[in-house]
Structures are given as structure tokens and as C-alpha cells.
Design a protein around this ligand. Structure first.
Ligand SMILES: [Zn+2]
Length: 375
């Protein structure tokens, strides 16, 4: 999943981000259109028109991809799901949705509306092309290319390999028929990986058969590689979520935490607590009151020569600076918090006291043990 980029503000309540790779797309598309495509198809425009229409087409291409993603978001929100963000990157857009849909019907509508929007846009641009091709040539040129691109976008996204829209449609249908979301995801991801390999080998074959197509071949292989990765990644995520579903923090947390006083130095903490116990995280408690947690991460951030002088109180993460969970909270929520805030562990609180800790390691060993037992 691409990270980073420029925030473009909120549209219909959904924050939209532009990944840096999109600037490459913008420059490439504008250059390809302004320097080659438009001059080749429409000789006789001025240089300003070529580049102006090239840039306008690029921007509208971006708007088209955004509308495709917003369509997914609208349906998701209408079904009561929270859409966290949309990121536009080199291969299109990615909507980050808080959780997976709970019913196959919701998934079907959510998936199909994206390519549907692209098809409608494609048809609208081609209608503009037919209406203006004898009168306003630059507008017709722009509309023809955008029509072609939107229809390609719809067709590409309809490839039935998860996590593409077509793969989600396929998964929802298998899920609806079998009632088993896990095996439906497995089937749809396997098909997604198959398409990934097909694109990679197709790309390589294209380069070997005809050197002048090396660019198309490379592009195809790159998309294939991306598809294969995405299929494996999203299957893993769904399988993980599925295994954590219905379980609570109390089933996986570490209870026998060793308490560290806030007055201890970092050096003492390392020697007397961390190295002796082999644990990674310690609640800091003073007179029975929890103040915070001290983790390996806190200590790694301090330079070694400060260890004898800094106290745990200075080095710890105070409780008001970290999120916490309760023993009865679900493990799926816990994983979501760890991922969203990029944390390694959370204190488990009951009232004002820390009753344990839950770390990524706890979730992993919880999953590992159950997988080994075939549960
Ligand atoms: Zn889509």
C-alpha cells in the first residue's frame, strides 16, 4: 500500500492524497500527449495548444481516476463503512476502507460501481468527441483520449483477480454462493496471482519477441508484479483479520509485566529489568498509580551516554500520550490501532491500572498457535 504524498483536501468527507508517483504520471502523460500523440493525430495545432491540451487531458485523467475511487467511497459510506482515505498513485487509486464488507451484496455493489463509473465517463467523453470532432478539434482530441483511457481503466479493473474490482466482484459471488468468505478470498487471490504471473511473462515475452516493444513489455511486467504482490498482501490481511475475529485482548495479552519505578535510571532499567527478564515493555508505576510504559523503542532513542543520567520518568511514554485497550476489546480493533498509529504495543488498562500489555508479537503468536493447531 503506497504511503506518503500530498494532501489534496476532503471530498465528500473523504481525505484525498496524491502519492509522489502521480507527479511522474502527470509529467509522462503530458509529455507523451503534447510531444507525440496530439502532433501525430492532429497536425496543425500551435505548440501552446499541444501542450495546453496535453496538460488539461492529464488533469482530467486524474479527475477520472478520482471519480472512480469516490464512487467506491460513496457506496461504502452508504453501507455504513468508514472510508479513511483515497490515495492516487502510479497505477491508479487506492481507497482505504476501515474494514472489509460484512455481506457479499455490499462488496458486490462497492466493487462494481468503480468500473461502472469509468464506463459512464468513457461513454460521456466519446459522446463529446462525436459532437465536436468537426468543429472544435482540440476538445475532440482531448475527449477521444479520455474516453479511451476511461474504458481501458474499466476493463483493467474488471480483471477477475483480487484485489482488483473484478476480483472483488468474483469474491462476492463465490462468497454469496458458498457463504465462506475465507475460501472465496483464497480463490479470488489465487486467480489474481495467476493474472499477475500472466502479465509478467507476457511482458517478458513481448520484449523478447520484439525489442521495439520493450517499453510496453516492461510496463506490462511491472503491472503484473504489482498485481501479484497486491493479491498475496490482501489475502494475508484478510486471513489475519479472519483469525483474530471474535477474540479478545485478554486471550492474547501478556499479564506478568514487571513494574519499573519512575525514579530508576535508564541504565538500571536495562541491566536490572530488561536484560534479566528478556521482556520488551514495562509499565511504570508509582505508589500504585500507573504513569506510563517504557519500551525498548524509548531506550533506543536515547544516546548511550545519557543512560546513567536519565530517569525512567523522562524516558517513558506517558499514559496520556499513548492509546490503550481494555481486556474485553477485540483483537481486530487492537490490530487496527497498532497499524493505524504504527505502534508496537499497547498497555491494557482496567480502570486506572495497567493489567498487562499487548504487542504485535502477542498477536503473531496467537495466530501462529491457532494456525498450527488448525483452528
Ligand atoms: Zn476501483
Amino acid at each position: 500500500m503506497p504511503q506518503g504524498g500530498v494532501a489534496l483536501g476532503k471530498y465528500f468527507g473523504v481525505p484525498v492524497r496524491l502519492h509522489w508517483s502521480w507527479f511522474i504520471v502527470f509529467v509522462l502523460v503530458t509529455w507523451m500527449l503534447g510531444a507525440y500523440y496530439f502532433p501525430g493525430v492532429y497536425p496543425g495545432w500551435s505548440q501552446v495548444t499541444y501542450w495546453g491540451i496535453g496538460a488539461a487531458t492529464s488533469i482530467l485523467f486524474f479527475v477520472s481516476v478520482l471519480l472512480h475511487e469516490l464512487a467506491h467511497s460513496w457506496v461504502a459510506q452508504a453501507a455504513g463503512m468508514q472510508v479513511k482515505s483515497i490515495t492516487l498513485f502510479i497505477f491508479g487509486g487506492v481507497s482505504q476502507i476501515g474494514r472489509e464488507p460484512e455481506k457479499p451484496g455490499v462488496e458486490f455493489r462497492m466493487a462494481i460501481v468503480g468500473p461502472g463509473t469509468s464506463l459512464v465517463l468513457g461513454a460521456a467523453f466519446w459522446a463529446i468527441f462525436f459532437a465536436t470532432r468537426h468543429s472544435v478539434e482540440p476538445l475532440a482530441g482531448l475527449a477521444f483520449w479520455l474516453g479511451y483511457v476511461n474504458i481501458s481503466l474499466a476493463v483493467f479493473n474488471l480483471i477477475p483477480g483480487f484485489p482488483l474490482d473484478g476480483g472483488r466482484v468474483l469474491r462476492s459471488v463465490i462468497w454469496w454462493r458458498s457463504g465462506d468468505v475465507r475460501s472465496a478470498t483464497r480463490t479470488a487471490s489465487t486467480i489474481g496471482r495467476g493474472f499477475g504471473y500472466l502479465f509478467i511473462f507476457g511482458g517478458i515475452a513481448l520484449i523478447l519477441l520484439n525489442r521495439s516493444y520493450w517499453w510496453n513489455g516492461l510496463w506490462l511486467a511491472l503491472i503484473g508484479w504489482f498485481l501479484e504482490n497486491a493479491a498475496v498482501g490482501s489475502y494475508r490481511q484478510v486471513a489475519l483479520q479472519d483469525m483474530l475475529e471474535g477474540h479478545t485482548v485478554s486471550e492474547a495479552m501478556t499479564r506478568d509485566c514487571q513494574v519499573v519505578p519512575p525514579t530508576a535510571t535508564v541504565e538500571q532499567t536495562v541491566n536490572d529489568y530488561i536484560l534479566k527478564s528478556g521482556r520488551r515493555c514495562f509499565p511504570v508505576v508509582e505508589n500504585g498509580r500507573a504513569l506510563g510504559i517504557v519500551t525498548l523503542h524509548n531506550i533506543k532513542n536515547l544516546s548511550r551516554d545519557l543512560w546513567p543520567r536519565k530517569t525512567v520518568r523522562e524516558a517513558m511514554t506517558p499514559l496520556d500520550k499513548t492509546k490503550s485497550v481494555k481486556p474485553n476489546d477485540s483483537l481486530t480493533t487492537t490490530m487496527q490501532i497498532l497499524n493505524d498509529d504504527d505502534l508496537n504495543q499497547l498497555p491494557v488498562m482496567e480502570g486506572d491500572s495497567i493489567v498487562g500489555l499487548i504487542a504485535r508479537d502477542n498477536l503473531l503468536s496467537f495466530i501462529h498457535t491457532r494456525a498450527e493447531l488448525g483452528m
